[in-house]
Design a protein around this ligand. Structure first.
Ligand SMILES: Cc1cc2nc3c(=O)[nH]c(=O)nc-3n(C[C@H](O)[C@H](O)[C@H](O)COP(=O)(O)OP(=O)(O)OC[C@H]3O[C@@H](n4cnc5c(N)ncnc54)[C@H](O)[C@@H]3O)c2cc1C
Length: 390
């Protein structure tokens, strides 16, 4: 049996992009229905982003019940470590801005509570399988719930906020896909029960490869080290993991503790060829992915959504399609800046498996030219804290 519902905006995906979009649309008086293939518990427990730009935090803080300022931690800088020495990049000093360490799943708990509290039509355990009438004025999302019942959502506009394996993207781009590049390394990530090893994030380049020492709370820490993309996360003992991390952060004695989560995160840079077709659009990871080194993915999702929400308000409230016509170009402007920043941080800090002595010396020269120059430090600080929203 298939049920049909009608709404103004159908949103596929209750990640940061879909939930922030529904909030902004509701503020503009626009109704939406969100579906997500996962359960609420699953969404609230998946560990992903941690670093939020100033603009993202300012927006999240406007959401009723947001804990971003009370449970999140403001970070005024990071340390770049290489060649045996640490170099602090002071964000407020260089840009007047900062970042916040607030785990994505905590932000999602706030967003879900706020949207459900506001009466949002939000359906968990419902998977979109395609979009029909993609060229018409009333596109339809075709979906099925966990019990096998069909659902069709007929809408004035359909938004794919459905992550990197987007179904909506296929309805927009067909088989065209997009532009991408792969990397010959991945991150081995851990969550452990231990006190913090540093007050701020350490991005460390060493002859053994890259490591990121990040924090979660006074008792839980998140750390990553560069590994081969095909490494099995269960193939290393805890002692081997600590040894790999410790060797990549010379000069700091890491506070060790039981590791309770581990994963190997492969990454790729990707930008979809088309971001919008008629009354369909994609935002967030559905439209682009970046390596996590620059901490841009969730922030970029929020930036897309701000642009799209304004365009949909103009279209659906004032019958003005002008902003929507400019949406893809406006979004791409920031997307490619963030792509470059993420690629740059990744290539500057990781050691490629085939790096020659020349490559290694050039890389250290690049790192020195960043930390020794105010212009270099400022570029890094601007990209990391995020370019102001248009
Ligand atoms: C280890 C790690 C660290 C990161 N660190 C940072 C960081 O510090 N800062 C930062 O900004 N970003 C970071 N990111 C990136 C960030 O997590 C993502 O960019 C962000 O989650 C994108 O949000 P989204 O809403 O576009 O997509 P997602 O979060 O992927 O949400 C998509 C949602 O759509 C649902 N869905 C998918 N397909 C369907 C379907 N067919 N039907 C119904 N529902 C569907 C999924 O279940 C999911 O809930 C990190 C990522 C990782 C993995």
């Amino acid at each position: 049996m298939t049920t049909t519902v009608r709404t103004q905006v159908a949103i596929v995906g209750a990640g940061p992009a879909g939930l922030v979009l529904s909030h902004l649309l509701a503020e503009a008086g626009i109704a939406s229905v969100i579906i997500d293939q996962r359960s609420r518990e699953d969404i609230e427990q998946t560990i992903r982003a941690g670093i939020l730009e100033q603009g993202t935090v300012d927006l999240l803080a406007t959401i009723p019940g947001s804990r971003v300022h009370t449970a999140g931690a403001r970070h005024d800088g990071i340390e770049l470590r290489f060649d045996g020495a640490g170099h602090r990049i002071d964000f407020p000093d260089l840009t007047g801005r900062a970042v916040w360490l607030y785990p994505q799943h905590e932000a999602l708990k706030d967003l879900l509570a706020a949207r459900i509290g506001a009466g949002q039509d939000l359906r968990f355990g419902v998977t979109a399988t395609g979009v029909e009438d993609a060229d018409g004025d009333r596109p339809r999302v075709i979906a099925v719930d966990d019990a096998g019942a069909g659902l069709e959502i007929e809408a004035d506009f359909v938004v794919g906020a459905d992550g990197s394996r987007s179904v909506v993207r296929k309805a927009i781009s067909g088989s065209h896909g997009g532009l991408f590049r792969e990397y010959p390394f991945a991150w081995f990530g851990i969550l452990c029960e231990a006190g913090p090893s540093a007050d701020e994030l350490i991005y460390s380049n060493s002859p053994d490869g890259f490591a990121l020492i990040s924090q979660r709370s006074e008792t839980v820490q998140r750390m990553y080290f560069q590994c081969a993309p095909d490494l099995d996360a269960d193939s290393m003992s805890e002692a081997q993991i600590w040894d790999a991390l410790q060797r990549r952060v010379p000069g700091t004695t890491l506070v060790e503790g039981p590791i309770f989560q581990r994963d190997v995160l492969r990454f790729r840079s990707f930008v979809a060829k088309e971001l919008r077709h008629g009354r369909l659009a994609i935002v967030g990871d559905a439209a682009h992915t970046v390596p996590p080194t620059g901490a841009k993915g969730m922030n970029l999702a929020v930036a897309d959504v701000l642009l799209l929400a304004r365009a949909l308000e103009a279209l659906l409230v004032r019958s003005d399609a002008g902003l929507l016509d400019g949406f893809a170009d406006a979004a791409r402007d920031r997307i490619w800046k963030a792509q470059h920043f993420s690629w740059w941080m990744t290539s500057m800090l990781h050691v490629a498996p085939d790096a020659s002595d020349f490559d290694r010396e050039r890389q250290l020269g690049e790192l020195r030219s960043v930390v020794e120059s105010e212009a270099g430090r400022t570029y890094l600080a601007e990209g990391y804290t995020g370019w102001p929203f248009a």
